[in-house]
Ligand binder design. Structure first.
Ligand code: SF4
Length: 284
């Protein structure tokens, strides 16, 4: 379990790593183009991941194939002070290729650690239904990046028997209209170290043809100016503004991440009501 810079949690905990992508499988992985975990698995974590056997034995060569790290299961028990823990941010515990027994083992640890709050995230919320009910210290979430995600994933989330059903709107890739309030919403943007090469209009999804692994300062600057040149940050600011206004109207606690384009959000004169940074949590 690692202390993290993700602002809304204290730790990330990865007893499982890897994912084939929401619509991918072991034969044809289709990872999300913006997946940071996939990049890390093919970067500095590659050697460590390849040294461990994957859950599906015929995917050994793929560092981002799902792997189970049983020895990490004890980690939350070793932290006595109450903490918020993001569960499996280096993969998707609820990918269809992963037997539900792994999720059950993880939830068992949450039950044994009532001092902590465990935050789950998946792009496949239908699998949450395989657990009949969730302990009160488990916040069950789904990732939504555009309208189509909302239309397909949120109705499933509504059927989940959990105390907190939340949504991570990250990265925001288009305008989103919500027709029902989640219990909590986190909003984040594309991080700047991914170069954007093509963008379509306001009503279309942001389309990225190529993204790069740009860690150096100069490349970050190039990417930032690309984002500005194509108006991505202006578009993104409008989407964030529109979504925040809806969530506030629904009285949903909102957590704005620091990677949002704050300058664009505060400078925009089109916004009739100034957007305040919110870092709220659900009331427990
Ligand atoms: S679903 Fe999540 S973990 Fe899997 S490829 Fe997409 S971003 Fe990465």
């Amino acid at each position: 379990m690692n202390p993290t810079r993700i602002e809304y949690v204290d730790y990330t905990w990865n007893p499982l790593t890897g994912c084939f992508g929401p619509d991918g499988d072991k034969k044809r992985p289709q990872r999300c183009w913006y997946c940071v975990a996939h990049r890390m698995a093919n970067g500095f974590l590659q050697k460590r991941y390849l040294a461990a056997p994957p859950i599906l034995s015929d995917t050994r060569e793929d560092p981002f194939s799902p792997r189970w790290w049983k020895e990490r299961l004890v980690e939350p028990r070793t932290v006595k002070k109450s903490a918020r823990i993001l569960v499996v941010d280096m993969g998707d515990l609820f990918h269809p290729a992963i037997p539900i027994t792994y999720a059950c083992a993880v939830v068992e640890v949450a039950t044994a650690c009532p001092q902590h709050t465990f935050l789950y995230l998946t792009k496949n919320p239908a699998r949450y239904q395989e657990l009949r009910s969730w302990p009160g210290n488990c916040w069950v979430g789904t990732t939504i990046t555009n309208q189509s995600d909302w239309n397909t994933r949120w109705p499933i989330m509504q059927s989940i028997n959990a105390k907190v059903r939340w949504v991570s709107f990250e990265p925001m890739l288009g305008p989103i209209l919500i027709d029902h309030p989640p219990d909590w919403a986190v909003i984040g943007a594309l991080t700047e170290n991914r170069g954007v090469k093509q963008v379509q209009g306001y009503d279309a999804l942001l389309k990225t043809i190529v993204y790069g692994d740009y860690e150096e300062r100069e490349l970050r600057t190039v990417c930032r100016s690309l984002l500005n040149r194509f108006g991505v940050q202006d578009e993104c600011a409008r989407w964030i503004y529109g979504l925040t206004r809806q969530l506030v109207a629904w009285k949903v606690p909102v957590f704005h991440k620091r990677n949002l384009p704050w300058q664009k959000l505060t400078d925009n004169r089109d916004f009739t009501v100034p957007l305040e940074k919110r870092q709220e949590f659900p009331t427990e």
